[in-house]
Design a protein around this ligand. Structure first.
Ligand SMILES: [Fe+2]
Ligand SMILES: [Fe+2]
Length: 386
């Protein structure tokens, strides 16, 4: 066996033949020309990973919506072999578009990527969606804008709910709610203008906003809010960070936590109020949406910013800013990798938020209501505040 990587022996075919024989005598992987020939040309038509260690590696299912953006990581699939249920086979090697493979094979099996690539996948996916949205705005194709937003939001639903829940039709009401919401976005010039501004920037704000909006929609759907009451939640989630546009990159993507009392921190912490002002002057006048934007970094114990307020604006009993604050933290903690803070995934983020709720930074009832909403845990009771 000729090992070309620590965990598995590759043949020279970058698309993923894993068997040492008959390929082991071939040119070593790193010196080989890039073969775009597909599986049908492999000397072994059914390559299987033989290295025992492969079974121990962690693999994560990739969503089809990600395939377009993840060219720089390898994809794997699990052959339907009962005798080797834990073995994975490389499907598309690094640098190869899944579509190149698909065009030859006519169908894509369920694909996986290795756990160590999780954060690369998130970053590449966000950048890809942001670019796609920006291109759609530039070409004036609003249906494409809608399609991409819908893809992003659906990817959130798929990420946090069980397959059983989806298969049992748990998504249909949620999808209808999102559908109505997206229609209202496309009909509102102020919203489109704001979203286009966010999509043209550097920080994937339109993708982050769509994801926060998706969490808010799950909350609204689970608690049977009317479309009218769901609207400011989804809208404040979507546009909440527009005030970040224009803040220098070294502040927004700082390698270290911004220093207490610094001008940089003050500039960043002004984004909720600046964002609400920008939206209002752009023609968005729904007071609940604007309040949600303004209050989405406040905390009920007064430790938030920019005003340190302890009371949130509520519509029919729903504190919009607090719901968005929790949804926003959930997305950032789960997926945003920084030198001073590793992304911890959805369950890790929920644990951190639970701790914050226990310390009364968030209302425990609101926290629980969001957990129930996003997890679809319909049998879990909402914990009462003492
Ligand atoms: Fe924010
Ligand atoms: Fe945010």
């Amino acid at each position: 066996m000729t090992p070309f990587s620590p965990e598995v022996a590759h043949c020279q075919h970058r698309w993923g033949c894993q068997l040492p024989s008959p390929c082991s005598t071939a040119t070593p992987f790193r010196f080989a020309p890039v073969h775009l020939s597909l599986r049908t040309s492999c000397p072994d038509p059914n390559p299987v990973v033989k290295n025992r260690d492969m079974a121990k590696l962690v693999y994560i299912g990739a969503r089809p919506s990600q395939y377009d953006f993840l060219k720089s990581i390898p994809f794997y699939y699990r052959p339907q072999q009962k005798t080797r249920p834990k073995h994975f086979v490389m499907y598309a090697g690094e640098g190869i578009d899944v579509k190149e493979i698909q065009s030859d094979q006519n169908r894509i099996p369920r694909l996986y990527y290795r756990g160590e690539h999780r954060h690369d996948v998130t970053g590449m996916g966000r950048k890809g969606f942001q670019d796609k949205l920006n291109d759609s705005f530039k070409s004036g194709d609003l249906q494409a804008v809608r399609g991409t937003m819908s893809e992003i939001m659906t990817s959130v639903f798929e990420e946090v709910t069980s397959k059983d829940h989806r298969d049992s039709g748990g998504f249909s009401a949620l999808e209808s709610m999102v559908d109505v919401f997206l229609t209202s976005c496309l009909e509102d010039r102020a919203v489109l203008q704001s979203l286009a501004t966010m999509a043209s920037g550097e920080f994937s704000l339109s993708v982050h906003g769509s994801r926060v909006s998706a969490y808010a929609a799950m909350f609204a759907n689970y608690h049977r809010l009317s479309q009218d009451d769901a609207h400011p939640l989804c809208m404040a989630g979507l546009l909440g960070d527009i005030g970040i546009v224009g803040i220098p990159e070294e502040i927004v993507l700082s390698d270290t936590r911004l220093e207490e009392g610094s001008d940089e921190l003050a500039a960043f912490q002004a984004h909720p109020v600046n964002g609400a002002d920008t939206l209002y002057s752009g023609g968005l006048d729904d007071m609940f949406t604007l309040a949600g934007v303004r209050e989405h970094h406040e905390r009920q114990d007064g430790s938030g910013y920019p005003q340190g307020m302890t009371e949130f604006t509520a519509k029919n009993g729903v504190k919009i800013g607090e719901v968005i604050a929790i949804a926003d933290c959930l997305d950032i903690l789960a997926h945003d990798n920084r030198p001073y803070r590793a992304a911890v995934g959805i369950s890790g983020a929920l644990s951190i938020l639970k701790r914050d709720a226990d310390q009364r930074k968030f209302d425990p009832d609101v926290h629980n209501a969001i957990v129930q909403g996003i997890a679809g845990q319909r049998k879990t009771k909402v914990r009462k505040s003492p």
